[in-house]
Design a protein around this ligand. Structure first.
Ligand code: DAK
Length: 258
């Protein structure tokens, strides 16, 4: 088992859990933490026993942003050379579903990380924001792009230009999160949703995730063509035959991921 400095990993049945674990800094995302997180997600992605993943922080903070102390004195050239964005981008290549379980502060790079996941389960105490404007900068890891797509232009403008923070209920209303639950339940809710998805046909889950993500990368016609190819491809899988046979025979399917 790999030993990490700023995260902890656990396995719950077929779900891989990554806990951000830098509580003294509200899980501020320093370089090491982000690269450990991405390595853990990549390991789970390669593990045939795992069907979905959850990323959480603690009750007080999912993550209060990128580590301001780590970058405060950096020059533009140093920032370019560090290229921390490519660390963040590793999550894009994770093929299994990743759910963010968010309680407390979810700010700046923390919100960008949550938005890079496929779904967000929020506790009632979650607070979402992009406060970079207070530091004289703007979001640097997708916060303008993913946020505008998630909550729409009007709310994204207020958040990025004027540090508007969303309550969990507002985040639900604006479409940023999937559901809001009491703080005692947010992690169990995320694990339960991940567990349900992990029990489904793995190839269909994988291609479904890829097809939805394609919707954000392409013209509608390209996305539709990609979706159709993925749909036809699934008819080459044993699980498609099993799933449809199980329906006809009125029994539960037995998924094999092939
Ligand atoms: N970085 C470093 N330390 C942080 C931090 C952060 N983002 N947020 C909190 N901490 C530390 C505090 O400094 C404090 O440490 P000590 O003073 O005890 O040593 C400790 O966590 C507890 O914080 P507070 O004492 O401030 O706690 P409060 O409850 O009073 O306040 C707060 C909670 C969340 C309102 C406050 O901590 C706060 O405003 N934090 C900063 C939030 C923020 O501005 N976040 C955006 C950061 S900029 C990039 C990718 C992404 C980004 C940039 C580049 N690339 C890939 C290149 C993203 C940028 C950002 O996220």
């Amino acid at each position: 088992m790999t030993v990490f400095q700023f995260i902890q990993t656990e396995v719950h049945d077929r779900v891989g859990l990554v806990r951000l674990n830098r509580p003294e800094a509200l899980n501020a995302l320093n370089h090491t933490l982000v690269s450990e997180l991405m390595s853990a997600l990549e390991n789970f992605d390669q593990d045939a026993q795992i069907g979905a993943m959850v990323v959480c922080g603690n009750e007080r903070a999912f993550a209060a942003g990128a580590d301001i102390k780590e970058m405060a004195e950096a020059s533009a050239v140093e920032m370019l050379k560090r290229d921390n964005i490519s660390q963040f981008d590793r999550i894009i290549n994770i093929k299994k579903p990743v759910i963010a379980a968010v309680s407390g502060w979810c700010l700046g790079g923390g919100n960008e990380l949550a938005m890079s996941c496929d779904m967000i389960i929020a506790s009632e105490t979650a607070r979402f924001g992009q406060p970079e404007i207070n530091l004289g900068v703007i979001p640097g890891a997708g916060g303008t792009q993913r946020l505008a797509r998630a909550v729409g232009k009007a709310i994204a403008m207020e958040m990025v230009l004027n540090n508007r923070t969303l309550t969990a209920q507002e985040a639900l209303q604006f479409g940023l999160v999937n559901r809001v639950v009491p703080v005692e339940r947010y992690l169990d809710e995320a694990l339960s949703l991940a567990g349900e998805i992990a029990g489904r046909a793995p190839l269909a889950v994988r291609l479904g995730k890829a097809a939805i993500n394609h919707a954000y990368e392409s013209f509608l016609s390209d996305g539709l063509a990609d979706e159709r190819r993925a749909f036809y491809l699934l008819f080459a899988s044993r699980d498609q035959k099993e799933g449809m046979a199980a329906f006809v025979e009125k029994r539960k399917p037995n998924w094999k991921g092939v």
